[in-house]
Design a protein. Sequence first.
Length: 261
Amino acid sequence: MAAVISAAGLARTFRTKTGPVEAVRCVDLTVREGEILGFLGPNGAGKTTTLRMLTTLLKPTGGAATVAGHDLVTDPAGVRRVCGYVAQSGGVDPQVGVREELVTQGRLYRLSRSEAVARAGELARELDLTDLLDRRVGALSGGQRRRLDIAMALTHRPRVLFLDEPTTGLDPGSRADLWELIRQLRDEHGTTVFLTTHYLDEADALADRLVIVDRGVVAAEGTPSALKLEYGGSLDATLQDTFLAVTGRGPAPADSSPVAV
């Protein structure tokens, strides 16, 4: 299976009043086409900074990376054309209607008005939003709003979807619905999904492969089963045990305020 994301020595150093901070020191990473990759690490490990670099929101200070063949530094517009991004806090306006949000997103991607309306309807059907099209965004439940966030990220049919802690704060039923949606995106559309999460059960259930980062570098990678066997000593080990063995510390609580490094 071909690689859709490749990174070699990817790094980001922030300049502060007290001196340089190496948020990401050297990340080597390969994500294959049609794969759900779980990207894990303690707070401050470099997860969000890596994701922001891969989505062109932050320029690397070292190394190189490509997304679907487009270089982060020399072709950021090409990267943005092939990827969708759902941030932790989402990006919808609670004061407007669901249909308006979807159509506006289509127009931002330079679809004609009729094309944007048609694409909004198509996304609403695929993500179970049809009955909500005339509802104001602020009236949606957390799970419904998250589906809208993902619908907007899928407007331009991206090959890669970046999800930054997409189920934080959702009830168990909404989480399960979102898990099923992520699997459908992979199975039915071949979408590559790059997922960060603090829920280890979520990573275990969803990810085809895991990458664990710590202190700005990749500390371990492999399938959930392989990592449990290597670091937990048994296929019956929990991912929590495995995570602790790799990093020496647990993931941050899922409802804690994220550290943007």
